[in-house]
Design a binder for this molecule. Structure first.
Ligand code: SF4
Ligand code: SF4
Length: 179
């Protein structure tokens, strides 16, 4: 029929126009990120930090630069806490290692800068506390597994197993050579 293709195209366009939208209009709209999603900025809750240095020790890439000193009362204080993010894998091992749960990854990902000097993040000067924190490292219930609507074809899986000879009944290398 003449014009059948055009009608099919229009029908498809109409269907898409009224169906649920799955894409997000980034950058006009901020994406809906999963709670555990790990961005590339850190937040330090300075008042909770005990200056133990475990985060730096646990980092596989030596990203965390820390310096410690003692105050007039002899108490250990942190004088430098810089995340050299240019080397960071965003693996989250430092977050997991923190015994006080005071170091966090965030949901921040728009961190392009003009100079490489701006990449390291000084957590004592600016800890980006206004950014949404990633819940990575927290104990949370796992999401429910997605159940496939199609049943698994058991014969297709069982067939290769059935074809395999039982243990002990296989031909020896010598027998295979005679055949
Ligand atoms: S996220 Fe991983 S690579 Fe980055 S600072 Fe933490 S431990 Fe190091
Ligand atoms: S592991 Fe946690 S408490 Fe220890 S120095 Fe790092 S941020 Fe502070």
């Amino acid at each position: 029929m003449f014009g059948k293709g055009i009608l099919k195209g229009l029908a498809q366009t109409g269907k898409q126009a009224v169906s649920r939208r799955l894409t997000e209009k980034y950058p006009e709209e901020k994406p809906h990120l999963p709670e555990r999603w790990r961005g590339n900025t850190f937040v330090l809750e300075k008042d909770k930090c005990i200056n133990c240095g475990l985060c730096a020790i646990s980092c596989p890439n030596k990203v965390i630069r820390q310096k410690f000193d003692k105050d007039e009362d002899g108490k250990k204080i942190c004088t430098e806490f810089v995340m050299e993010r240019q080397y960071c894998l965003f693996c989250g091992l430092c977050v997991e290692a923190c015994p006080k749960d005071c170091l966090h990854l965030t949901h921040e990902f728009e961190t392009a800068v003009y100079s490489s000097a701006d990449v390291p993040q000084d957590l004592l000067a600016d800890n980006h506390s206004n950014i949404a924190i990633s819940r990575y490292g927290e104990k949370m219930p796992l999401p429910k597994p997605v159940v496939s609507p199609k049943p698994v074809n058991s014969t297709a899986v069982a067939a290769p197993l059935a074809a395999k000879p039982a243990a002990g009944s296989e031909a020896t290398p010598e027998e295979r050579g005679k055949a």
